[in-house]
Design a protein around this ligand. Sequence first.
Ligand code: FAD
Length: 433
Amino acid sequence: MSINVAVIGAGPSGFYTVDALLKDDKDVRVDIIERLPTPFGLIRGGVAPDHQTTKKVARVYEKTALRDGVGYYGNVEVGRDVTMAELREMYDAIVLAVGAPRDRKLGIPGEDKAGVFGSADFVGWYNGHPDFTDLQPDLNTGTVVVIGQGNVAVDVARVLVKTPEEMTDTDIADHAADAIKASPITDVYMVGRRGPIEAKFTNVELREMGKLDDCQPVIDATQLPDQVEGEWSDRDKRLKDRNLATMKEFPDVDPAGKSKRVHFTFYAKPIEILGGDKVEGIRLEHTRVEDGRSVGTGEFFDIECGLVIPAIGYFSDPFPGVPFDADNGIVVHDEGRVSDGVYAVGWIKRGPTGVIGTNKPDGDIAATQIFEDIAEGTKPGREALEALLAERNVRCLTYQDWQTIDAAEVAAAKLGAPRRKFVTIDTMIAALD
Ligand SMILES: Cc1cc2nc3c(=O)[nH]c(=O)nc-3n(C[C@H](O)[C@H](O)[C@H](O)COP(=O)(O)OP(=O)(O)OC[C@H]3O[C@@H](n4cnc5c(N)ncnc54)[C@H](O)[C@@H]3O)c2cc1C
Protein backbone atom coordinates (compact mmCIF):
# COMPACT_ATOMS: atom_id res chain seq x y z
CA MET A 1 0.00 0.00 0.00
CA SER A 2 1.19 3.55 -0.76
CA ILE A 3 2.88 5.53 1.97
CA ASN A 4 0.52 8.43 2.73
CA VAL A 5 2.29 11.66 3.70
CA ALA A 6 0.70 14.92 4.83
CA VAL A 7 2.83 18.04 4.39
CA ILE A 8 1.46 20.88 6.53
CA GLY A 9 2.25 24.25 4.94
CA ALA A 10 2.49 25.27 1.28
CA GLY A 11 5.60 27.44 1.63
CA PRO A 12 9.02 26.72 0.10
CA SER A 13 9.98 24.02 2.61
CA GLY A 14 6.67 22.21 2.05
CA PHE A 15 7.04 22.20 -1.72
CA TYR A 16 10.70 21.11 -1.61
CA THR A 17 9.63 18.20 0.61
CA VAL A 18 6.90 17.13 -1.80
CA ASP A 19 9.38 17.29 -4.65
CA ALA A 20 11.92 15.18 -2.77
CA LEU A 21 9.29 12.58 -1.84
CA LEU A 22 8.30 12.14 -5.49
CA LYS A 23 11.84 12.04 -6.84
CA ASP A 24 12.53 8.32 -6.75
CA ASP A 25 9.27 6.85 -8.04
CA LYS A 26 8.51 5.42 -4.61
CA ASP A 27 4.92 4.30 -3.91
CA VAL A 28 3.90 7.46 -2.09
CA ARG A 29 0.91 9.83 -2.06
CA VAL A 30 1.51 13.33 -0.73
CA ASP A 31 -1.13 15.80 0.44
CA ILE A 32 -0.36 19.45 1.06
CA ILE A 33 -2.51 21.10 3.75
CA GLU A 34 -2.42 24.92 3.80
CA ARG A 35 -4.31 27.21 6.17
CA LEU A 36 -4.72 30.07 3.68
CA PRO A 37 -6.69 29.99 0.42
CA THR A 38 -3.41 31.03 -1.24
CA PRO A 39 -0.21 28.93 -1.39
CA PHE A 40 3.52 29.82 -1.26
CA GLY A 41 3.91 31.06 2.33
CA LEU A 42 6.38 33.92 2.65
CA ILE A 43 6.96 34.02 -1.11
CA ARG A 44 3.57 35.70 -1.31
CA GLY A 45 3.39 37.22 2.18
CA GLY A 46 7.03 38.04 3.04
CA VAL A 47 9.25 38.61 -0.03
CA ALA A 48 9.04 42.30 -0.89
CA PRO A 49 6.37 43.29 -3.43
CA ASP A 50 9.00 45.01 -5.60
CA HIS A 51 11.08 41.81 -5.80
CA GLN A 52 8.92 40.06 -8.37
CA THR A 53 11.81 38.09 -9.85
CA THR A 54 12.30 36.34 -6.51
CA LYS A 55 8.59 35.51 -6.34
CA LYS A 56 8.84 33.68 -9.70
CA VAL A 57 10.12 30.62 -7.83
CA ALA A 58 6.40 29.91 -7.22
CA ARG A 59 6.18 28.67 -10.82
CA VAL A 60 8.42 25.75 -9.89
CA TYR A 61 6.20 24.99 -6.88
CA GLU A 62 3.15 25.05 -9.14
CA LYS A 63 4.61 22.24 -11.24
CA THR A 64 5.08 20.23 -8.04
CA ALA A 65 1.51 20.87 -6.89
CA LEU A 66 0.14 19.61 -10.21
CA ARG A 67 2.15 16.38 -10.28
CA ASP A 68 0.38 13.02 -10.15
CA GLY A 69 0.07 11.72 -6.63
CA VAL A 70 -0.11 15.18 -5.05
CA GLY A 71 -3.27 16.30 -3.26
CA TYR A 72 -3.84 19.92 -2.23
CA TYR A 73 -6.11 21.12 0.58
CA GLY A 74 -6.16 24.93 0.84
CA ASN A 75 -8.01 26.94 3.48
CA VAL A 76 -7.56 24.05 5.94
CA GLU A 77 -5.81 24.87 9.19
CA VAL A 78 -4.26 22.11 11.25
CA GLY A 79 -5.28 22.79 14.85
CA ARG A 80 -8.58 24.39 13.78
CA ASP A 81 -10.15 22.21 11.06
CA VAL A 82 -8.26 19.00 11.79
CA THR A 83 -5.99 18.09 14.70
CA MET A 84 -2.53 16.55 14.69
CA ALA A 85 -3.98 13.54 16.54
CA GLU A 86 -6.50 13.02 13.73
CA LEU A 87 -3.82 13.40 11.06
CA ARG A 88 -1.69 10.80 12.82
CA GLU A 89 -4.57 8.35 12.47
CA MET A 90 -4.87 9.11 8.76
CA TYR A 91 -1.27 9.49 7.55
CA ASP A 92 1.85 7.32 7.77
CA ALA A 93 4.02 10.43 7.96
CA ILE A 94 3.37 14.09 8.72
CA VAL A 95 5.81 16.84 7.76
CA LEU A 96 5.57 20.17 9.59
CA ALA A 97 6.43 22.96 7.13
CA VAL A 98 4.54 25.71 8.91
CA GLY A 99 7.24 28.39 9.06
CA ALA A 100 7.91 30.94 11.81
CA PRO A 101 5.24 33.60 11.50
CA ARG A 102 5.79 35.75 14.63
CA ASP A 103 8.22 38.52 15.52
CA ARG A 104 11.01 38.11 17.98
CA LYS A 105 10.41 40.65 20.76
CA LEU A 106 12.86 43.47 21.52
CA GLY A 107 12.39 43.00 25.26
CA ILE A 108 12.59 46.71 26.10
CA PRO A 109 10.16 49.05 27.89
CA GLY A 110 7.52 50.69 25.70
CA GLU A 111 7.41 47.87 23.17
CA ASP A 112 3.63 47.54 23.50
CA LYS A 113 2.83 51.17 22.65
CA ALA A 114 0.60 51.96 19.68
CA GLY A 115 2.84 52.58 16.69
CA VAL A 116 5.22 49.65 17.29
CA PHE A 117 4.69 46.97 14.66
CA GLY A 118 6.90 43.92 14.31
CA SER A 119 8.17 43.35 10.80
CA ALA A 120 6.16 40.11 10.42
CA ASP A 121 2.94 42.11 10.89
CA PHE A 122 4.09 45.14 8.90
CA VAL A 123 5.44 43.10 5.98
CA GLY A 124 2.28 40.96 6.04
CA TRP A 125 0.22 44.17 5.91
CA TYR A 126 1.94 45.62 2.84
CA ASN A 127 1.95 42.20 1.16
CA GLY A 128 -1.81 41.71 1.62
CA HIS A 129 -1.61 38.75 4.02
CA PRO A 130 -5.20 38.38 5.31
CA ASP A 131 -4.03 38.07 8.93
CA PHE A 132 -2.75 41.66 8.79
CA THR A 133 -5.18 43.47 6.51
CA ASP A 134 -6.75 45.27 9.48
CA LEU A 135 -3.42 46.32 11.03
CA GLN A 136 -4.00 49.98 10.06
CA PRO A 137 -0.59 51.36 11.03
CA ASP A 138 -0.75 55.12 11.46
CA LEU A 139 1.80 56.41 8.94
CA ASN A 140 1.07 60.05 9.74
CA THR A 141 4.64 60.72 10.85
CA GLY A 142 7.75 62.20 9.29
CA THR A 143 10.13 59.68 10.82
CA VAL A 144 10.18 55.90 11.14
CA VAL A 145 12.73 53.81 13.01
CA VAL A 146 13.36 50.29 11.72
CA ILE A 147 15.35 48.18 14.16
CA GLY A 148 17.61 45.63 12.53
CA GLN A 149 20.15 45.60 9.73
CA GLY A 150 19.27 42.55 7.69
CA ASN A 151 17.36 42.12 4.46
CA VAL A 152 13.92 42.34 6.09
CA ALA A 153 14.85 45.72 7.61
CA VAL A 154 16.12 46.97 4.27
CA ASP A 155 12.94 45.72 2.52
CA VAL A 156 10.74 47.63 4.98
CA ALA A 157 12.81 50.81 4.67
CA ARG A 158 12.81 50.65 0.87
CA VAL A 159 9.06 50.03 0.56
CA LEU A 160 8.42 53.06 2.80
CA VAL A 161 10.53 55.46 0.72
CA LYS A 162 9.94 54.33 -2.85
CA THR A 163 7.75 56.58 -4.97
CA PRO A 164 4.33 55.37 -6.20
CA GLU A 165 5.86 55.27 -9.70
CA GLU A 166 8.64 52.97 -8.49
CA MET A 167 5.95 50.67 -7.05
CA THR A 168 3.71 50.44 -10.14
CA ASP A 169 5.16 47.11 -11.27
CA THR A 170 4.72 45.50 -7.85
CA ASP A 171 1.92 43.61 -6.12
CA ILE A 172 1.86 45.74 -2.97
CA ALA A 173 -1.62 45.61 -1.38
CA ASP A 174 -3.79 48.59 -2.37
CA HIS A 175 -4.36 49.64 1.26
CA ALA A 176 -0.60 49.83 1.86
CA ALA A 177 0.19 51.63 -1.39
CA ASP A 178 -2.46 54.24 -0.58
CA ALA A 179 -1.32 54.71 3.02
CA ILE A 180 2.36 55.05 2.07
CA LYS A 181 1.55 57.46 -0.75
CA ALA A 182 -0.49 59.65 1.64
CA SER A 183 2.07 59.58 4.44
CA PRO A 184 4.49 62.42 5.16
CA ILE A 185 7.41 60.05 5.88
CA THR A 186 10.73 61.62 4.89
CA ASP A 187 13.23 59.88 7.15
CA VAL A 188 13.75 56.21 7.95
CA TYR A 189 16.44 55.26 10.47
CA MET A 190 17.75 51.72 10.14
CA VAL A 191 19.32 50.91 13.49
CA GLY A 192 21.82 48.18 14.29
CA ARG A 193 23.74 47.36 17.46
CA ARG A 194 26.91 46.63 15.58
CA GLY A 195 28.84 48.19 12.69
CA PRO A 196 28.78 48.28 8.90
CA ILE A 197 30.89 45.14 8.62
CA GLU A 198 28.62 43.09 10.87
CA ALA A 199 25.38 44.23 9.15
CA LYS A 200 23.61 41.31 7.49
CA PHE A 201 22.33 42.86 4.26
CA THR A 202 23.05 40.99 1.07
CA ASN A 203 24.70 43.16 -1.54
CA VAL A 204 21.89 43.33 -4.10
CA GLU A 205 19.48 44.69 -1.45
CA LEU A 206 22.07 47.15 -0.12
CA ARG A 207 22.94 48.50 -3.59
CA GLU A 208 19.28 49.22 -4.30
CA MET A 209 19.37 51.82 -1.53
CA GLY A 210 21.75 53.93 -3.62
CA LYS A 211 19.50 53.84 -6.68
CA LEU A 212 16.17 55.11 -5.41
CA ASP A 213 14.38 57.92 -7.26
CA ASP A 214 13.50 60.07 -4.26
CA CYS A 215 15.70 58.82 -1.45
CA GLN A 216 19.25 59.45 -0.36
CA PRO A 217 21.15 56.84 1.71
CA VAL A 218 22.80 58.63 4.64
CA ILE A 219 25.85 57.03 6.17
CA ASP A 220 28.59 58.35 8.46
CA ALA A 221 31.70 57.83 6.33
CA THR A 222 33.92 57.95 9.43
CA GLN A 223 32.30 54.69 10.56
CA LEU A 224 33.41 52.90 7.40
CA PRO A 225 36.77 51.13 7.86
CA ASP A 226 39.36 51.12 5.06
CA GLN A 227 38.97 47.38 4.74
CA VAL A 228 37.16 44.41 6.22
CA GLU A 229 39.02 43.20 9.33
CA GLY A 230 38.27 40.18 11.50
CA GLU A 231 37.84 36.46 11.08
CA TRP A 232 35.34 35.62 8.35
CA SER A 233 34.88 32.68 6.02
CA ASP A 234 36.00 33.40 2.44
CA ARG A 235 32.37 33.66 1.38
CA ASP A 236 31.44 36.09 4.16
CA LYS A 237 34.59 38.14 3.55
CA ARG A 238 33.69 38.52 -0.16
CA LEU A 239 30.15 39.66 0.78
CA LYS A 240 31.46 42.10 3.36
CA ASP A 241 34.03 43.50 0.92
CA ARG A 242 31.23 44.12 -1.58
CA ASN A 243 28.99 45.70 1.05
CA LEU A 244 31.76 47.96 2.28
CA ALA A 245 32.49 49.09 -1.29
CA THR A 246 28.77 49.81 -1.80
CA MET A 247 28.50 51.78 1.45
CA LYS A 248 31.55 53.84 0.48
CA GLU A 249 29.66 54.96 -2.63
CA PHE A 250 26.66 56.20 -0.64
CA PRO A 251 28.11 59.60 0.37
CA ASP A 252 28.54 60.32 -3.38
CA VAL A 253 24.88 59.71 -4.23
CA ASP A 254 23.61 63.06 -5.47
CA PRO A 255 20.98 64.35 -3.01
CA ALA A 256 19.61 66.84 -5.55
CA GLY A 257 15.86 66.51 -5.94
CA LYS A 258 15.57 63.79 -3.28
CA SER A 259 13.10 64.47 -0.50
CA LYS A 260 13.64 61.33 1.60
CA ARG A 261 16.50 59.75 3.46
CA VAL A 262 17.35 56.33 4.86
CA HIS A 263 19.87 56.74 7.69
CA PHE A 264 22.21 53.81 8.31
CA THR A 265 22.52 54.08 12.08
CA PHE A 266 25.27 51.78 13.32
CA TYR A 267 26.51 51.08 16.86
CA ALA A 268 23.17 51.88 18.48
CA LYS A 269 21.24 49.67 20.88
CA PRO A 270 17.50 50.22 21.57
CA ILE A 271 16.89 50.98 25.24
CA GLU A 272 13.31 52.22 25.46
CA ILE A 273 10.40 53.23 23.25
CA LEU A 274 9.34 56.70 24.35
CA GLY A 275 5.92 58.37 24.50
CA GLY A 276 2.54 57.99 26.21
CA ASP A 277 0.13 55.42 24.81
CA LYS A 278 1.59 56.08 21.39
CA VAL A 279 5.20 56.07 20.20
CA GLU A 280 6.87 59.47 20.21
CA GLY A 281 10.46 58.37 19.95
CA ILE A 282 13.10 55.83 20.81
CA ARG A 283 16.06 55.99 23.21
CA LEU A 284 19.25 54.33 22.01
CA GLU A 285 22.64 53.70 23.55
CA HIS A 286 25.84 54.09 21.57
CA THR A 287 27.82 50.87 21.40
CA ARG A 288 31.21 49.60 20.32
CA VAL A 289 32.05 46.13 19.06
CA GLU A 290 34.37 43.99 21.22
CA ASP A 291 35.18 40.45 20.05
CA GLY A 292 32.20 40.61 17.68
CA ARG A 293 29.80 41.57 20.49
CA SER A 294 28.15 44.94 20.93
CA VAL A 295 28.90 46.66 24.24
CA GLY A 296 27.05 49.74 25.50
CA THR A 297 29.15 52.89 26.04
CA GLY A 298 26.77 54.49 28.55
CA GLU A 299 26.04 57.38 26.15
CA PHE A 300 22.42 57.69 25.08
CA PHE A 301 20.54 59.54 22.37
CA ASP A 302 16.92 59.83 21.25
CA ILE A 303 15.27 59.81 17.82
CA GLU A 304 11.82 61.36 17.59
CA CYS A 305 9.52 59.17 15.51
CA GLY A 306 5.90 58.07 15.20
CA LEU A 307 6.48 54.50 14.09
CA VAL A 308 8.94 51.81 15.22
CA ILE A 309 9.32 48.58 13.28
CA PRO A 310 11.51 45.93 14.92
CA ALA A 311 12.92 43.61 12.24
CA ILE A 312 15.14 41.46 14.41
CA GLY A 313 14.01 38.00 13.44
CA TYR A 314 11.09 35.64 13.36
CA PHE A 315 9.76 33.11 15.80
CA SER A 316 7.33 30.17 15.62
CA ASP A 317 4.20 29.74 17.64
CA PRO A 318 4.00 26.47 19.57
CA PHE A 319 2.38 24.05 17.16
CA PRO A 320 -0.54 22.14 18.71
CA GLY A 321 0.29 18.52 19.42
CA VAL A 322 4.09 18.68 19.10
CA PRO A 323 6.84 19.57 21.61
CA PHE A 324 8.10 23.15 21.33
CA ASP A 325 11.48 24.71 22.08
CA ALA A 326 10.33 28.05 23.47
CA ASP A 327 13.88 29.46 23.79
CA ASN A 328 14.58 29.12 20.09
CA GLY A 329 11.02 29.39 18.78
CA ILE A 330 11.21 26.09 16.88
CA VAL A 331 9.78 22.61 17.23
CA VAL A 332 11.82 20.11 19.30
CA HIS A 333 13.43 17.68 16.87
CA ASP A 334 16.43 15.45 16.28
CA GLU A 335 17.88 16.32 12.85
CA GLY A 336 14.31 16.90 11.65
CA ARG A 337 12.68 13.89 13.34
CA VAL A 338 10.07 15.20 15.80
CA SER A 339 8.48 11.94 16.93
CA ASP A 340 7.34 8.69 15.38
CA GLY A 341 6.13 9.55 11.89
CA VAL A 342 6.41 13.33 12.40
CA TYR A 343 9.15 15.41 10.73
CA ALA A 344 9.99 19.12 10.48
CA VAL A 345 11.43 21.21 7.64
CA GLY A 346 12.12 24.90 6.93
CA TRP A 347 11.83 27.69 9.47
CA ILE A 348 9.87 25.68 12.05
CA LYS A 349 12.87 23.32 12.11
CA ARG A 350 15.87 25.65 11.67
CA GLY A 351 14.55 29.02 12.72
CA PRO A 352 14.38 32.05 10.41
CA THR A 353 17.68 31.85 8.56
CA GLY A 354 18.94 31.58 5.02
CA VAL A 355 17.35 32.19 1.66
CA ILE A 356 14.56 30.35 -0.13
CA GLY A 357 16.94 27.68 -1.46
CA THR A 358 18.21 26.94 2.07
CA ASN A 359 14.92 25.12 2.65
CA LYS A 360 15.58 22.61 -0.12
CA PRO A 361 18.02 20.32 1.73
CA ASP A 362 15.48 20.07 4.56
CA GLY A 363 13.02 18.51 2.12
CA ASP A 364 15.64 16.02 0.91
CA ILE A 365 16.49 15.05 4.48
CA ALA A 366 12.82 14.59 5.47
CA ALA A 367 12.13 12.42 2.40
CA THR A 368 15.15 10.24 3.14
CA GLN A 369 14.10 9.85 6.78
CA ILE A 370 10.51 8.96 5.83
CA PHE A 371 11.65 6.23 3.45
CA GLU A 372 14.16 4.94 6.04
CA ASP A 373 11.51 4.83 8.79
CA ILE A 374 8.47 3.57 6.88
CA ALA A 375 8.71 0.56 4.60
CA GLU A 376 5.09 0.56 3.54
CA GLY A 377 1.88 2.45 4.19
CA THR A 378 -0.77 1.30 6.63
CA LYS A 379 -2.98 4.38 6.93
CA PRO A 380 -5.85 5.54 4.67
CA GLY A 381 -4.57 9.03 3.71
CA ARG A 382 -6.57 11.57 1.72
CA GLU A 383 -9.90 9.72 1.54
CA ALA A 384 -10.11 9.87 5.35
CA LEU A 385 -9.10 13.56 5.38
CA GLU A 386 -11.67 14.45 2.74
CA ALA A 387 -14.42 12.60 4.62
CA LEU A 388 -13.57 14.41 7.87
CA LEU A 389 -13.44 17.86 6.22
CA ALA A 390 -16.77 17.21 4.47
CA GLU A 391 -18.35 16.10 7.76
CA ARG A 392 -17.17 19.38 9.33
CA ASN A 393 -18.31 21.51 6.38
CA VAL A 394 -14.82 22.91 5.88
CA ARG A 395 -14.58 24.95 2.66
CA CYS A 396 -11.52 23.20 1.38
CA LEU A 397 -9.86 24.59 -1.78
CA THR A 398 -8.18 22.59 -4.51
CA TYR A 399 -5.08 23.78 -6.33
CA GLN A 400 -7.35 24.55 -9.29
CA ASP A 401 -9.36 26.84 -6.98
CA TRP A 402 -6.15 28.72 -6.20
CA GLN A 403 -5.50 29.01 -9.95
CA THR A 404 -8.94 30.62 -10.30
CA ILE A 405 -8.12 33.11 -7.51
CA ASP A 406 -4.74 33.74 -9.13
CA ALA A 407 -6.32 34.42 -12.54
CA ALA A 408 -8.82 36.83 -10.96
CA GLU A 409 -5.99 38.73 -9.23
CA VAL A 410 -3.99 38.92 -12.45
CA ALA A 411 -7.05 40.09 -14.41
CA ALA A 412 -7.69 42.86 -11.86
CA ALA A 413 -4.10 44.18 -11.97
CA LYS A 414 -3.53 47.87 -12.60
CA LEU A 415 -1.41 48.77 -15.62
CA GLY A 416 2.14 47.46 -15.12
CA ALA A 417 1.37 45.48 -11.96
CA PRO A 418 1.56 41.68 -11.92
CA ARG A 419 -1.65 41.28 -9.88
CA ARG A 420 -4.04 43.05 -7.55
CA LYS A 421 -4.20 40.97 -4.41
CA PHE A 422 -7.31 39.92 -2.57
CA VAL A 423 -6.53 40.76 1.04
CA THR A 424 -9.27 38.93 2.94
CA ILE A 425 -10.24 35.27 3.06
CA ASP A 426 -13.85 36.20 2.17
CA THR A 427 -12.91 38.01 -1.04
CA MET A 428 -10.60 35.17 -2.05
CA ILE A 429 -13.40 32.63 -1.60
CA ALA A 430 -15.93 34.96 -3.25
CA ALA A 431 -13.76 34.92 -6.39
CA LEU A 432 -14.69 31.24 -6.69
CA ASP A 433 -18.42 31.57 -6.26
C1 FAD B 1 10.03 39.62 5.03
C2 FAD B 1 10.77 38.48 4.39
C3 FAD B 1 11.36 38.66 3.16
C4 FAD B 1 12.08 37.61 2.57
N1 FAD B 1 12.66 37.83 1.37
C5 FAD B 1 13.40 36.84 0.81
C6 FAD B 1 14.03 37.07 -0.44
O1 FAD B 1 13.92 38.15 -1.06
N2 FAD B 1 14.79 36.04 -0.97
C7 FAD B 1 14.93 34.83 -0.30
O2 FAD B 1 15.63 33.94 -0.79
N3 FAD B 1 14.31 34.60 0.89
C8 FAD B 1 13.55 35.56 1.45
N4 FAD B 1 12.94 35.33 2.64
C9 FAD B 1 13.07 34.00 3.28
C10 FAD B 1 12.04 32.96 2.76
O3 FAD B 1 10.81 33.57 2.58
C11 FAD B 1 11.98 31.77 3.75
O4 FAD B 1 13.24 31.12 3.71
C12 FAD B 1 10.91 30.74 3.42
O5 FAD B 1 9.68 31.30 3.08
C13 FAD B 1 10.70 29.78 4.61
O6 FAD B 1 9.88 28.73 4.15
P1 FAD B 1 8.94 27.86 5.10
O7 FAD B 1 8.27 26.91 4.18
O8 FAD B 1 9.72 27.31 6.23
O9 FAD B 1 7.89 28.88 5.76
P2 FAD B 1 6.75 29.79 5.13
O10 FAD B 1 7.17 30.40 3.85
O11 FAD B 1 6.34 30.71 6.22
O12 FAD B 1 5.53 28.80 4.82
C14 FAD B 1 4.77 28.20 5.86
C15 FAD B 1 3.37 27.90 5.36
O13 FAD B 1 2.68 27.12 6.35
C16 FAD B 1 1.33 27.57 6.44
N5 FAD B 1 0.82 27.21 7.77
C17 FAD B 1 1.20 27.72 8.96
N6 FAD B 1 0.50 27.14 9.96
C18 FAD B 1 -0.35 26.24 9.40
C19 FAD B 1 -1.34 25.36 9.92
N7 FAD B 1 -1.60 25.28 11.23
N8 FAD B 1 -2.05 24.59 9.06
C20 FAD B 1 -1.81 24.66 7.72
N9 FAD B 1 -0.87 25.50 7.17
C21 FAD B 1 -0.15 26.27 8.00
C22 FAD B 1 1.46 29.09 6.24
O14 FAD B 1 0.24 29.70 5.90
C23 FAD B 1 2.50 29.16 5.14
O15 FAD B 1 1.92 29.12 3.86
C24 FAD B 1 12.20 36.36 3.24
C25 FAD B 1 11.59 36.19 4.49
C26 FAD B 1 10.89 37.23 5.05
C27 FAD B 1 10.25 37.04 6.39
